[in-house]
Design a protein around this ligand. Structure first.
Ligand SMILES: C[S@@+](CC[C@H](N)C(=O)[O-])C[C@H]1O[C@@H](n2cnc3c(N)ncnc32)[C@H](O)[C@@H]1O
Length: 224
């Protein structure tokens, strides 16, 4: 049974859940599930300015070397932490699809997109097993801290491949499967080597890897 938790209690939990955990205490599965029921707390955690210290969004974007005119789909876009940053880089002729299964995240992003007068980001309310994007429409999929949430990953990869344009990429950024001062407990994470094996079995190769993030692997896959 899922317990309801008061927003005030969740806000008290936030420091423990936020990225800047310094006491070595990772949120438990229960704490994470409770937070997922409170969009305000979840968004506050994703947008916590302290997160930038370890998430290094500007360096991640620089490493991606985004071209004007690209179409990027951010799967599990959450609050729009990356998707709205990508908007500046793909330019007026490019597009960002901000895909999420959580209607509260979609509403939050829609509000930000309207308030910031952003014209090149489209939100997509997806299903857990399908990002609901058109065939051959995407240059790069970007999946940050979300891959471990996808239920049937090999089927999902097959779908992503149909949606990629020729020469397209799938980028996975996710937590190393070991005890870390941030992120979910190791049991909820997926090992880097398992992601690489899975992609290779699906006909993709590891084309690039960036190692500047302290707690996450940053893998770039392309067709073989
Ligand atoms: C930990 S958050 C990461 C958000 C964002 N990528 C970031 O780095 O700030 C995970 C997000 O993935 C979404 N999500 C979970 N399962 C998903 C799925 N199967 N397809 C798309 N989004 C999913 C959740 O609703 C949540 O917003």
């Amino acid at each position: 049974m899922i317990m309801k938790i008061k927003p005030t209690i969740l806000l008290l939990l936030l420091p423990a859940l936020a990225s800047a955990q310094t006491d070595g205490h990772n949120p438990t599965r229960d704490e994470i599930e409770k937070m997922h029921q409170d969009p305000k707390a979840y968004i506050a955690m994703l947008e916590n300015p302290q997160r930038d210290i370890e998430q290094k969004p500007d360096e991640v974007i620089a490493a991606m070397d985004i071209r004007s005119g690209e179409t990027i789909a951010d799967i599990g876009a959450g609050s729009g932490y990356f998707a709205l940053r990508f908007a500046d880089h793909v330019g007026a002729i490019g597009r960002v699809y901000a895909v999420d299964i959580n209607p509260d995240m979609i509403i939050h992003m829609n509000r930000r997109i309207r308030d910031m007068k952003i014209a090149n980001v489209t939100t997509v309310l997806s299903t857990p097993e399908d990002p609901l994007l058109a065939e051959k429409s995407i240059d790069r999929f970007f999946v940050c801290n979300t891959w471990h949430h996808i239920p049937n990953q090999s089927r999902y990869i097959a779908l992503l491949k149909t949606m990629l344009r020729p020469g397209g990429q799938i980028i996975i950024v996710d937590y190393y499967k070991k005890p870390l001062p941030v992120g979910p407990p190791p049991a909820m994470k997926m090992a880097r080597s398992d992601v690489v094996d899975q992609m290779e079995k699906s006909g993709l190769k590891l084309a690039e890897e960036h190692t500047f993030l302290p707690y996450q692997y940053f893998l770039v896959f392309e067709g073989k």
